[in-house]
Design a protein around this ligand. Structure first.
Ligand SMILES: Cc1cc2nc3c(=O)[nH]c(=O)nc-3n(C[C@H](O)[C@H](O)[C@H](O)COP(=O)(O)OP(=O)(O)OC[C@H]3O[C@@H](n4cnc5c(N)ncnc54)[C@H](O)[C@@H]3O)c2cc1C
Length: 177
């Protein structure tokens, strides 16, 4: 089986490593438009519960992350000049750049192919530019159907559907039509 992962952020890299780990015969390829060490933000915070999930899924990644962690259990809430300390909240944090490095290394070790500075083939054929000024400025491909809230008045039948999300093209007629 061939798996193509669009985006080598923490989510894409971790998914790729787990998919390969579960079945080494899979051909897993990650396409990342930015360079390996391009990133934004400062650190990533994990609760004990999240760390438990990571440890269950991949002890190697969990161990390498643990080497980097700053840990704490208290949260201070300051209100009207008084500070209240609430203990027993287990958290750990590490640099986002380090997290990406750990996950990139894990992907390499498992045999996941990671292409940096390369748009995913599907988005290249949809006419997107191959140069990016910022990771957050990618245009939405014209063909993409992005769900969004519909501003048209809702019929009684539609109101019963509580999901609240409508396709981009709204076929409901307005009351005046
Ligand atoms: C300005 C900012 C600062 C933040 N700071 C923090 C922080 O300090 N700590 C924290 O915990 N969280 C922070 N966050 C939230 C954080 O971004 C997300 O929790 C996390 O990055 C989600 O990981 P991800 O892998 O799902 O997505 P992303 O990290 O967004 O990764 C998606 C990747 O896909 C790539 N990509 C997208 N389209 C294509 C394509 N067509 N072809 C190739 N590559 C593609 C992008 O370049 C990107 O690298 C911040 C968010 C923003 C916007």
């Amino acid at each position: 089986m061939k798996i193509a992962v669009v985006g080598g952020g923490p989510g894409g890299l971790y998914f790729a490593a787990l998919a390969k780990q579960l079945d080494p015969a899979r051909e897993v390829t990650v396409w990342e438009r930015n360079a390996a060490d391009d990133t934004f933000g400062f650190g990533v915070v994990f609760s004990d519960e999240t760390l438990g999930g990571i440890e269950n899924a991949d002890t190697v990644v969990a161990g390498r992350m643990a080497e980097q962690f700053a840990r704490w259990t208290d949260i201070d809430i300051t209100f009207r000049g008084r500070t209240h300390t609430i203990g027993g909240q287990g958290f750990a944090a590490m640099s986002r750049k380090e997290l990406l490095r750990v996950l990139q290394e894990r992907c390499r070790q498992l045999g996941v192919l990671v292409h940096f500075q390369t748009l995913a083939p599907m988005s290249r054929s949809s006419g997107e530019s191959t140069t990016w000024s910022s990771p957050r400025t990618a245009p939405t491909p014209p063909s993409a159907s992005v769900p969004r809230r519909c501003s048209r008045p809702r019929s009684t039948a539609a109101r019963r559907n509580t999901c609240g999300w409508e396709p981009t093209v709204c076929s409901r007629r307005s009351p005046s039509s």
